[in-house]
Design a protein around this ligand. Sequence first.
Ligand code: OAD
Length: 256
Amino acid sequence: MDRSNLAGPRPAEPLTRLADRLRTARRISVLTGAGISAASGVPTFRGEDGLWRNYRPEELATVRAFDRDPALLWEWYGWRRDTIARCSPNAAHEVLARWSRSGDRTTVVTQNVDDLHLKAGTERLVRLHGSIWEVSCSIGCCAEGRRGWRDERVPMPGVPRCPHCDAPARPAVVWFGEMLAEADLRAAVQATVCDVFLTVGTSSVVYPAAGLVEQANANGAFTAEINAEATPATAVVDLAIHAAAEVVLPEIDRLL
Ligand code: OAD
């Protein structure tokens, strides 16, 4: 396995190797995480800037935390929404959006809820963890409300209510312990059948997303990681480039 390091100049060889693979690939899949939006100003989850009032995401992003204190949850999401509303896609989002629009060989699967891939114009995007700009009813038996709706208010005035049953509404994102939407999971698993699978800007610790790169390996794909630091995926991929996505992806794009 090749490793290129964040510190110091990157040898051109790993980039050339990856570009060669991408050039001849019939199917390319890219899994992204919070690191791809870091240069846009969106805080990552596990970096120091990702902590909000000393809570870890695993403590807050759960149904139990919402049921206990919906106002606290909406404060956290309000903080994230305020920040994301001021952010624009960066060079890494732009490259992937361009690849997705030139033919249909590239599929982007994201864990991000910031919708920056959509803003960049990415086609056929799979949003595994939902969108922070959508909300849904928090009560399981409210069939109308469970379908969710778009709500882009910033700032969010307190806890929004379901228009159908008046129960507290929740962010329409996937929390720890919840199932991913079946269609999204199916599309993500299908994306592991490809010639090149890239994992970009993710700590590769949250499943099932973190398992996709191994599935791609098992399906015979050439796998590569582009991330600021080593992760559990580093030991799994054929090529690891440890550098900023917004620098590396445009460099690779220029080599294509
Ligand atoms: P994390 O915050 O766990 O990881 C972000 C990764 O991006 C880290 O490994 C960073 O080193 C790396 N990184 C930071 N800046 C970068 C840059 N400019 N270029 C490349 N890499 C960079 O975020 P995720 O892996 O996305 O789930 O987290 C996965 C899930 O955990 C999230 O979707 C969310 C969270 O809890 C739910 O809310 C269900």
